[in-house]
Design a binder for this molecule. Structure first.
Ligand code: PHE
Length: 331
């Protein structure tokens, strides 16, 4: 039989087969150890070299074609079987689907978003900034003297003599004021680092920094905005207080506390009128412009918001803790 004819015959034979078991029998008949192809190879042993080469090319091509035909038929048989199952309702399409577990938003991210939403509504623009900083932007330009204890290794993670992990988001004040002319109204959020660790402090935590520079900004504006913000945030659930404080980069400075459930005042933010020295350091004319800055402790607010008493639970990745916040995604 001519090679092409043979393949056509085999093709017919294979397509008549309707199940995998019989197809395997046929596969053995053609491709098995004692099958047709093997027997052809045995036959050519006696031929001379040239004929042997020619013949073996033909046999190899036949082998390849038969393999392909069988493979395609297997696919077809499987498909037919599948379709039959569907049409016979062997698969119960009324069964409930597989439940795909989706993660939940981290409570800190949710709170940051909530705070950002408030300030965006009153005209603040969101900016992002660097976590690795130099001492100029983290300390010098913020009017923090060279001898200030915050600069020591006890408090700050230094990467080399001049480079550090920022200890506060106030570095962004400097970066923005260097770049932009007033009026400036920005908000930034992010990680800050300090060498501290207990159930109220972690070496990394989050702050939100706001900065407002314009003509005739008043201390009353600052107090008003922050009080309205805390009332909005907690829905007036907690009593708040403002008390005088000190930061080298603001004058006057204040801190705001919240009276928690145990009747303890918890400090949640620091703020003040931007110090004229800071404005000078970034070439803003302090006789023309002034403004305020504030820094909010995100973990503190989140702990009060959800009644969490150990700051470390935010970073332990315990699903039992994280899962509790799922519903908040939809608020
Ligand atoms: N950077 C201060 C801190 O980390 C907070 C602050 C920000 C105070 C802006 C005043 C103005 O404690």
């Amino acid at each position: 039989m001519k090679s092409d004819d043979l393949i056509i015959t085999i093709k017919k034979e294979i397509s008549a087969i309707k199940d995998i078991v019989n197809l395997n029998i046929l596969k053995i008949k053609y491709l098995g150890k004692k099958g047709y192809i093997s027997s052809q190879f045995l036959l050519i042993k006696k031929l001379n070299k040239k004929e042997k080469i020619n013949k073996s090319i033909i046999i190899n091509s036949q082998k390849k074609q038969i393999k392909k035909i069988i493979k395609e038929r297997i696919k077809e048989i499987k498909l037919i079987k599948n379709n039959k199952q569907y049409s016979n309702h062997e698969i119960d399409i009324s069964l409930p689907g597989k439940f795909i577990k989706i993660g939940s938003e981290h409570p800190l991210n949710y709170i940051i978003k909530k705070i950002e939403n408030f300030f965006v509504k009153i005209g603040f623009k969101i900016v992002i900034g660097l976590e690795i900083e130099d001492s100029f932007h983290n300390f010098d330009a913020l009017n923090i003297p060279k001898y200030h204890p915050a600069r020591t290794e006890k408090d700050t993670f230094w990467l080399d003599k001049n480079i550090l992990l920022r200890t506060q988001t106030s570095n962004i004040q400097i970066r923005i004021m260097k770049k932009k002319k007033p009026p400036i109204r920005i908000l930034t959020s992010g990680k800050v680092y300090r060498n501290d660790y207990d159930n109220n402090h972690t070496p990394m935590f989050h702050q939100i920094e706001g900065l407002y520079i314009d003509k005739k900004v008043s201390f009353t504006d600052l107090k008003g905005i922050l009080s309205i913000f805390l009332d909005f945030f907690f829905g007036k659930k907690y009593q708040t207080r403002i008390r005088p404080s000190y930061f080298p980069f603001t004058e006057p400075s204040l801190e705001m506390d919240i009276l928690n459930k145990n009747k303890k005042w918890i400090e949640v933010l620091g703020a003040g009128m931007v110090h004229p020295n800071v404005l000078k350091n970034v070439n803003i004319n302090s006789s023309k412009y002034n403004g305020f800055a504030f820094g909010i402790g995100v973990e503190r607010l989140t702990m009060l918001y959800y009644n969490i008493n150990d700051i470390r639970s935010f970073y332990e990745n315990d699903l039992r803790f994280l899962k509790q916040f799922k519903l908040n995604n939809f608020i």
